[in-house]
Design a protein around this ligand. Structure first.
Ligand code: SME
Length: 151
């Protein structure tokens, strides 16, 4: 599944005539519609020179968490740690921002542009312990491809 998805993602991101936001939107929708355990897929980016994240394109239920200060929630922690954060059970996390009561696990993978952590992809699952190393490697690929379209 991931190999096929990788090809489709590269094709989407290669559409030079399409705005970056629309390309990222298409990536979110493709991932959410194709991977059974991806229930909410979105990108957050550093908001200008502020120490906060701003919600970018996403697919799934609207969230009220469109701005997340660095350090807050799983996303805010990844903005500082520069490392993937896999949460098998969101109920076991103290520093967690709930977007929907149906969410049971989450993965956040930072997105680097020229070595700088400029944002992240965030995925929520309604399944407990949904994410594996395979998801991490795949989402690192997605973020590398996205970074190529951003520079
Ligand atoms: N759960 C995230 C907030 C973003 S929503 O999942 C869309 C967090 O704890 O940072």
């Amino acid at each position: 599944m991931f190999d096929d998805l990788k090809r489709k993602i590269t094709t989407i991101l290669d559409q030079k005539e399409t705005s970056t936001d629309l390309r990222l939107q298409q990536v979110c929708e493709l991932l959410r519609n194709t991977v059974p355990h991806y229930d909410w897929v979105g990108f957050y980016f550093k908001n200008g020179n502020k120490n906060e994240l701003k919600l970018g394109p996403y697919a799934g239920q609207p969230t009220e968490h469109t701005i997340i200060p660095f350090g807050k929630g799983i996303c805010g922690q990844v903005a500082i740690s520069n490392e993937n954060f896999v949460v098998p059970d969101v109920k076991a996390q103290d520093n967690y921002i709930a977007c929907s009561l149906t969410v049971k696990s989450e993965i956040v993978v930072p997105l680097f542009l020229k070595g700088e952590n400029i944002g992240q992809i965030d995925i929520d699952s309604n399944t407990l312990n949904a994410f594996s190393h395979e998801d991490e490697r795949f989402l690192e690929f997605v973020n590398r491809e996205v970074a190529k379209t951003l520079h």
